[in-house]
Design a protein around this ligand. Sequence first.
Ligand code: ATP
Ligand code: MG
Length: 429
Amino acid sequence: MSQSFKKVHAITGMKDVLPETSAHWESLEEIVRQWLAAYGYRNMRAPVLEHTRLFTRGIGEVTDIVEKEMYSFTDALNDEHLTLCPEFTAGLVRATIEHNLLYDRPQRVYSMGPVFRHEKPQRGRYRQFHQIDVEALGFAGPDIDAELIIMLARLWKTLGLQHVRLELNSLGQPAERAAHREALVRHLEANIDVLDDEARRRMHTNPLRVLDTKNPAMQAMANAAPSLFDFLGDESRAHFDGVCQRLADAGISYTLNPRLVRGLDYYNSTVFEWVTDQLGAQGTVCGGGRYDGLIELLGGKGAPAVGFAIGMERLLDLWGQCQPQPPAPECQVYMIHQSDAAQRMCATLAEQLRDAGLSVIVHAGSSGFKSQFKRADSSGAQVAVIVGEDELRNGVVSIKWLRAELATEGAQQESVPVGRLVDALKQKV
Ligand code: ATP
Ligand code: MG
């Protein structure tokens, strides 16, 4: 007896990428790989599951991610607390320490792929989303902070993006943050009436995060708060100036945003975001900064580091707006046939065409010429190759160019000997 099966849907906030749009993903990934190679970054891949304590320790207990966004569960088989990666940095740093990658030199690495956060789904905010994550591990100077920002500017230019602007801040060093923190807590205590519940809860555990609030009623209070920037000592200022000078050398403009604190605990010194007005409420395309304390915090030998993460869904959305993407063709050559024998001949010829580097679809099954031509057209192929009874008998194939600019003047269809097919197609495709 068959039981009725309740249809399964994708998990809320997790999106399928269908063939029509995955071509855009793949072209973006290709551009990104070339861009990263141009700066000497190498790919690194850590597992998508890690021990939960990596994130509670690395990202910080009192952060949005750890407090409410992680997909965590207990692996019942061995009673381990595990979490689907909500970001890449902690995992890459864990792997760097575990494999002792920094023992003789610094490392430029990147990862690209899905991360998971249990947030309220909306445009630009999903529960599985994708990041391009870039980390420069073991580098201390402002030169590398600037290099990362300059390379991002190059990516925007390559993609033809307009209206992405840079916001910059410095979070200084732990002692400077401590002095600022005291002043900030005093300010928050004095304004306790306007603080919402979350802010009241965080004002003693993570007061800096209170300033990151999106609550309109708290904006005036946040604007008037003591600025961490004013607490920076000479060394922190010099580092920050070093970054700014190099950005000026590269002709990159920025806004100093003293309210920019980033959502994770591990940042210090330079922090930055690239933001746009073109994406509605979720306008941050990329965020990053320095995290000189994280490697040691996670059990490694202390080493400075800096990195950033780009949200790929937001980047694709913006890219699509600036440079509308034509639909990607399924193949270059579509082969049409009339009989079983002709279909087998097409299959053999198709292998020869693929040897020559062409992408080919042989119409599957048997249907009338008319419907096969329709499929050929909608496949986006440049050319249809036709094998009918006549062609089979005479050892020729017919070629029909499907795009006007490739067709020879006046000729609808040309006939070529089977042995010349590869050459005839390679000339134009
Ligand atoms: P936000 O303030 O938007 O929540 P965040 O500070 O949590 O961002 P990061 O942890 O810095 O984000 O992640 C880097 C980038 O990943 C963001 O700048 C954004 O482009 C993208 N991103 C973050 N969360 C999501 C999400 N839920 N869905 C899609 N993209 C996201
Ligand atoms: Mg967030």
